[in-house]
Structures are given as C-alpha cells and as structure tokens.
Design a protein around this ligand. Structure first.
Ligand code: MSP
Length: 572
C-alpha cells in the first residue's frame, strides 16, 4: 500500500484537474432496488450529472468524460425485500432497476454507463478483485460475532446499537444512527485486514486535503481514523445469504454486498482488463453522507490492498427531509420524483434540487418552496429578462443590437454628452465578467447551489439595469436614444448569453431554449467561447447585428398561475 500512496500523493492534483486532455470519471452510488426511487436518489444523480455536464462544457472532447450510475442488486436487504414482495429476487431487481433507468432518462441524467451488479461482467470483476486481495494475503478466515443491520447492510459495534420498543411493545435492538433493526450474527467468514490500512488512509487524507469535499466530511473521516480500525468481515454464509456473488473457490460463502457494490466503479471501466487504467484513479465519486464510511474508509483500503490508488475525489452531500421529517416508506412521506418532474418540469425540478440542496447540511422539501423559487427565479427574473430584451415592442428588428462605445465607454467616470452608463452599470459588467470564474470555483468546491445563487444574483442585477434605463421609454426613431437603446439591449443580451451558458449543466433544455432564442449556435456554447461583452473591451462581437432565434414562447411559465388556472378549470 505504501508505494501506491507515495505515487498518489506526489501527483499534482491541480494540474491533473486542469489538463485539457485529462480524463474524468464521475460516478453516482448504485441504488438499492428494494424500493422505488425517491427525490434523495434523484438528488445524488443530479449532483453528479451537473458536475459532469459542467466538465463537458469545460473540456468538450467527448472521449474525456465518463459518467456511471446503476443499481445495487445483491445482499440480504434485497433478498428480504423480494421475499416480502413474494417475488424472486431477480424479478424485483428487474422491476426496480427499470424504474431507476426510466427516472434517470426522464430527468435528463446524461450518464454514459448503467451498471447492474447482477450482470456477468460484474461478477467477473468482483471475483477477480477478491482473488487479488487473497493473493496479497489480505483475507483470512475467522469467526465473526456481532450485530448486523440488513437495511444498512453493515456490521455495528455494541456502542452503535440501542433498544427501542418494537411493534409488539418489546424492546428491539436497532442501529443508533439509522434506527433500523439489527440482528445478532455469529459465523465463520472471510475477513479483510482493514486494520492494516489505518495509517495509509491517514496519510492519503492528510496529503490531499481536498480528497473528501466539503471539508467537514474530510475532517470527520480523519476523526474516525483516530480510533482503532477493526478488520472487516467480507463474506456471509451462503445458507443465510444466497443472493450474491459466491466467494471464488468456496461456494459456502457469499461476498459481502458492500465489497460487491463498491467494485462496480471498476467494472464499469472494464476491470480487470487493462483499459480500466485510463479511467482510474481520475474518479470523482458523488455520495450521500450516510455512505461516507464505505467510500472513504473501506473502499480506499480495499483499493490500496489490491495495489491501486484511492479515488481522486469523494464529493459528499447531505439529505432531503420532507416537511421536517426523515423520508421513509414507513412514515409514508416519500416524495415521488417522477410526479415532481411532471408538475415542475424537468428543468424546473432539477433547478430546485440543485439550487436548494446544500451539501453540508440537510434540506427540507415542501411543495410551496418549489413553486416560490421557480416562479421568482426562473419565470419572473430570468424569463422576464429575456422577454424584456426580445419582445417585438422593444426589439422590433429581432436582432442583437449594436453596442455603442461612446454611450458606454470602457473607462468609468467619463463625462460627455453621449455617455449614458452609470456607476451601477459598470458594477454589473464587472459582476457578469467575473461570474464564469466564480461559477468554476463553486463547481470545484462542490457548491453547485452557490454557483446558481451567483447566477441568480447577476440576473437580478441585470433586471435592475434594464429597469434603471427603461428601454421601453426610449425611441428607436430618435438619433439620441437609438444608440443607447441598442446598447442597453446588447448588454442585457450579453448577460443572458452568459447566464444561459452557465446554466446548461443544471437546466439543459431551458438553457438551450434561451441560447437558441438569442441566436447562439451549438458551437458557441462552451466555456472556452464564453467571452462576455467583447465590444466593451474594444473587440468585435460575433453576435452584434445577428438575427435572434425564433420566438419560442415563455421561457418558464409561472407555476402558481397555471395552478390557479387549473383550479378554475376544475371548478367550472
Ligand atoms: N447501494 C448503496 C450504495 C452503494 S454505492 C457502491 C446505497 N443505496 S441507496 O439507494 O440507499 O442510496 C443511494 C444514494 O441515495 C446515497 O447517496 C444516499 O445518500 C442517497 N439518498 C438516500 N436517501 C436520501 C435522502 N433522503 N436525501 C438525499 N440523498 C439520499 O446506499
């Protein structure tokens, strides 16, 4: 493990991030198929999707980015869920995996790979990985005795177990963290020498402070590593757990579902064939905080054990609650993501989850919040701004008007008869000019909500600019007004072009509609091409004088109006 770590920490991460030809591999967790998808699952996938789409805007080469998602289909949890549903496990897996695939298609998740752990290619990868650990002397047979939580698929020490009254009033042991029932297990298993990896893991995390983002999670993992790290049982008796991958050469044991599940990240990229090496370890795992220990301790330790490097980045997010409560099947408050996509549109709901979801703390979901946010930011502010600059009444020629440098000189504070720009207008230009860099930094720090907040704040500022100069009061026929009227529209359209470009990772169709309306072609939408207001800096602007794209109706119709309309329609 040590030599891998030395190699890993000597690699300049920043340089690797920025290299234009570097590959990047994004992953979502693979989802359990015991129940239908909910908004928390969609949120995990959306975060990964937005990061991946942002990366594609930065590095357009199609071959450079890979993005995988999938379903986690083995283990006791699925075996039990299938039994409860009266289905064969494979049937349950087919049904629910299809629901995830359909949801992700509908939500425009732009994954390049979908993996199911019941596929033959995955069994090959897991058994190979097992063989490597075995050959390196990292697996031994021993007696495991302790608590196991099937819902969380994890072993728990006594200190993490508490007692709660069960359905019959008796006290039942449950996991302190998740509240899920636990049961006592005592059996002979294969055990992984996890304890050997405490120091290598500490060295990895100390040497790469950005390995786990946001920082509080990095800190939490280092904190866990302060304590002793016990060895990990990595198989179960097949008589107890038959729904899984058998231990190679020992059919009486089934491989622990977390080892099975984690290896999915390698299966996708072709492991054990050498091709996987071009994607590993340039990997970014996007995960929820509940599965941090598995990804930040077990997985890197298993990788180091197999002679590989830990993943490049682990991005951690928190959870969605619903009206202040944990989302759960038993509480009956699970929010169905597909009905949300129907109600709020795909782009609307994507925007909501990514704008409101804050990775380092839990967020609460309720419908009014969605309506309020989307109406104010997408319908009124952004849609209104587009409408104000493109409506026939204000922009009768339907073009990107010319920018007049004497009305808006590049140097602030100049006075003259034709100078119309004011101090706030310079503030706007400077805010929008720096927006792409700010957004880049927020994406780097896994703060997509902050990137959206920054865009939204610039949209507000641009509306203020238009409001201040009230182009509807200016007259195209007047030689005094016309150059300034054109300039006001030109600046606002340039701002909109920047917003549309930067919103592509989060609201792909809405951004497409916006950019198409502005007449921005498909090859002019990358971050490399994003040069804001070149005329202000004395450079030609390729959009000046160009015809706008065709009228496509409201950018984002208000939700509460459509609801009022629906209610009315219902009453009559
Ligand atoms: N199968 C494991 C992951 C294996 S990865 C090698 C698993 N599956 S899960 O279906 O339970 O969760 C998948 C993802 O959904 C996790 O990132 C989890 O954090 C996320 N969410 C589950 N409930 C959530 C919320 N209420 N809110 C936000 N995300 C949540 O764990």
């Amino acid at each position: 493990p040590d030599s891998r770590l030395r190699h890993y920490s000597s690699c300049p991460l920043g340089a690797r991030d920025d290299a234009q030809d570097a590959r990047a591999y994004f992953t979502t967790p693979i989802f359990y198929v015991n129940a239908a998808p909910h908004i928390g699952h969609l949120y995990s996938a959306l975060l990964a999707d937005a990061l991946c789409r942002y990366r594609r805007l930065r590095v357009p080469s199609a071959a450079a980015t890979r993005f995988s998602t999938g379903t986690d289909e083995h283990g006791l949890k699925i075996q039990q869920a299938a039994a409860t549903a009266g289905l064969a496990p494979a049937e349950l897996c087919d049904q629910v995996s299809a629901q995830f695939q359909q949801l992700f298609r509908e939500a425009s998740i732009s994954s390049t790979d979908f993996i199911r752990t019941t596929e033959a290619r995955h069994r090959v990868a897991v058994q190979h990985f097992w063989g490597v650990l075995k050959a390196r002397g990292l697996l031994y047979k021993g007696l495991y005795e302790g608590w196991y939580c099937a819902s969380d698929e994890c072993f728990l020490p006594e200190a993490k177990v508490t007692r709660q009254p069960g359905p019959s009033g008796d006290l039942c042991p449950v996991s302190l963290e998740s509240g899920h029932p636990v049961s006592w297990t005592k059996e002979e298993n294969y055990i992984f020498r996890l304890s050997q990896f405490r120091e290598p893991l500490q060295r990895w995390l100390r040497g790469d402070p950005r390995a786990i983002t946001p920082e509080p999670f990095h800190h939490a993992v280092l904190q866990w590593l302060e304590e002793e790290l016990p060895d990990l049982s990595v198989s179960r008796r097949s008589s107890h757990l038959h729904w899984g991958i058998p231990v190679p050469g020992d059919d009486s044991q089934t491989i622990y579902v977390w080892l099975d599940a984690l290896v999915n990240y390698l299966t996708v990229i072709g492991y054990p064939n050498a091709e996987f090496k071009s994607w590993w370890p340039t990997t970014s795992h996007i995960i929820g905080k509940d599965i941090l220990k598995f990804h930040a301790i077990y997985w890197p330790a298993l990788l180091l054990g197999a002679g590989m490097s830990p993943p490049h980045r682990i991005y951690v997010h928190s959870h969605w609650t619903v009206c202040g409560q944990k989302m759960s099947k038993s509480l009956g408050n699970v929010v169905d993501p597909r009905s949300c996509l129907d109600r709020y549109t795909v782009d609307g709901f994507r925007y909501f989850l990514l704008r409101q979801g804050v990775p380092h703390w839990d967020c609460d979901y309720y419908d009014e919040k969605v309506v309020k946010l989307l109406d104010s930011e997408l319908a009124d502010a952004l849609g209104g701004l587009l409408n104000r600059c493109t409506a026939k009444r204000i922009n009768p020629s339907g073009t990107y008007p010319a920018f007049c440098t004497t009305c808006f000189p590049s140097e602030p504070g100049l006075v003259g008869p034709s100078v119309r720009a004011q101090a706030e207008d310079y503030a706007l230009v400077s805010a929008v000019a720096t927006l792409p860099k700010q957004v880049a930094d927020h994406y780097d720090n896994f703060q997509i909500y902050k990137a959206l907040e920054a865009v939204s704040s610039c949209v507000r500022q641009t509306n203020g600019f238009v409001q201040r100069h009230a182009p509807w009061k200016l007259n195209w026929q007047s030689p005094v007004d016309a150059p300034w009227l054109g300039t006001v529209l030109h600046v606002a359209l340039e701002c909109l072009r920047v917003f549309g470009t930067l919103l592509q990772p989060v609201t792909p169709s809405l951004a497409d509609k916006l950019l198409s309306r502005l007449g921005v072609s498909a090859t002019e939408r990358g971050l490399g091409e994003l040069y804001f207001l070149p005329r202000f800096h004395g450079h030609p602007c390729p959009f000046e004088g160009r015809r706008l794209g065709s009228e496509t109706g409201l950018l984002f119709p208000r939700l509460d109006q459509s609801r009022a309309w629906l209610l009315k329609a219902h009453r009559t």
